[in-house]
Write a protein that binds this ligand. Sequence first.
Ligand code: PLP
Length: 417
Amino acid sequence: AEEARAFAAANPASRARALAAASVMPGGNTRTVLHYTPFPLAFAKGVGATLTDLDGHVYRDYLGEYSAGLYGHSPGPILAAAKAAIEDGIALGGPNMYEARLAAAIAERFPSVERIRFTNSGTEANLMALVTARAATGRQKILAFAGGYHGGVLVFKPGVVTNVPFDVTLARYNDIASVEAALAPDPTAFAAVIVEPVMGAAGSLPADPEFIRFLREITARWGIVFILDEVMTSRLGPSGMQGRLGVRPDLTTFGKYLGGGFSFGAFGGAEHLMGRYDPYRPDALAHAGTFNNNVTSMAAGLAGLTQLFTPEAAERLTARGEALKARVNAAAEAEGAPLRMTGFGSMLGLHPTDSPITRPEDVPEAQSARALIHLALIARGIYIARRGYVSLSLPQDEADDAAFADAVADVIAQHGR
Ligand code: PLP
């Protein structure tokens, strides 16, 4: 409560904005994940890896727009590419010169992607991947994982009533036996298995490599389409997590930073599945979307992937994240503090517990502890998500990570256990 009072007193402009917005938007909000108590900071500006809020405070941005902000807020080559593209016309109503080049750049990095199509969000990409699997197999059922998040209308948590009504069966993450049990009654009823190789919204929880390899095998055995949701994880290696794990999914979904920071999603994979969208075919499936090939996302995404997020940059970023996680965990352990970082590489989670976390059910709700950590970090100039989600961006350096680790150590020192 003390931290919340101090936060409110320090942020009158954000508070006024929240109140004004609430008269036209429910709770002043249009993205549920950006809400927190007592009210969210609103931002006026972002430069590099920093954010400035309406009251003029400057933060090191460790939310990184839930991973879409890989390039930070002012990447020169991306801004130049986006400007050049829109100066030639904003929306042209026909194929443009950027889309196939971005498609080729992604296919080169992700060998499982033989053909790809673009959408406007990761949510749409997953909807399309599931639709593709159902059309290809003629089956209806989808196997997903409790705690999984595949978009605003594909949230696999108890009590969620806003999901698109697919026929979903849930198994437990990192639990091979639960998958066997879920499929056992009739594996040939399943069109798809969809999984995040590192769960994001559930708390940045990496899959066991054997678990993902098992999913690859059992889906191949029963003719089930294996969909790897790499919307967040494609940044975790030169070829995403599929490259690290050595698995080749049938379909992969993408999003976030691959549009250079602009709206983006994509689904792609095996030619025999994606080929159904070939409009020259008599049995072609339709997939439209006014902004699917918008020049801004296409040009910006291409510049980012080819000029900034090279395979070497992907490896460096992953190493930075692993070092930051190790540093924070070592400090928390040394102090005996109930605080741990989960995740892999540049996709991390900060949790108020010292118990091992390997599955969503291990992640403590602990709302007041999370609020305290979140507001205490904000007071120290570090911006992360209330749920503890952390993602790194390319413009940050060792000094930023040291500042992050020092801030966490300071919160531990002040608030202790
Ligand atoms: N899939 C995963 C794993 C995600 O983390 C997200 C977004 O956080 C999505 C899908 C949805 O992407 P979008 O927010 O672009 O619709």
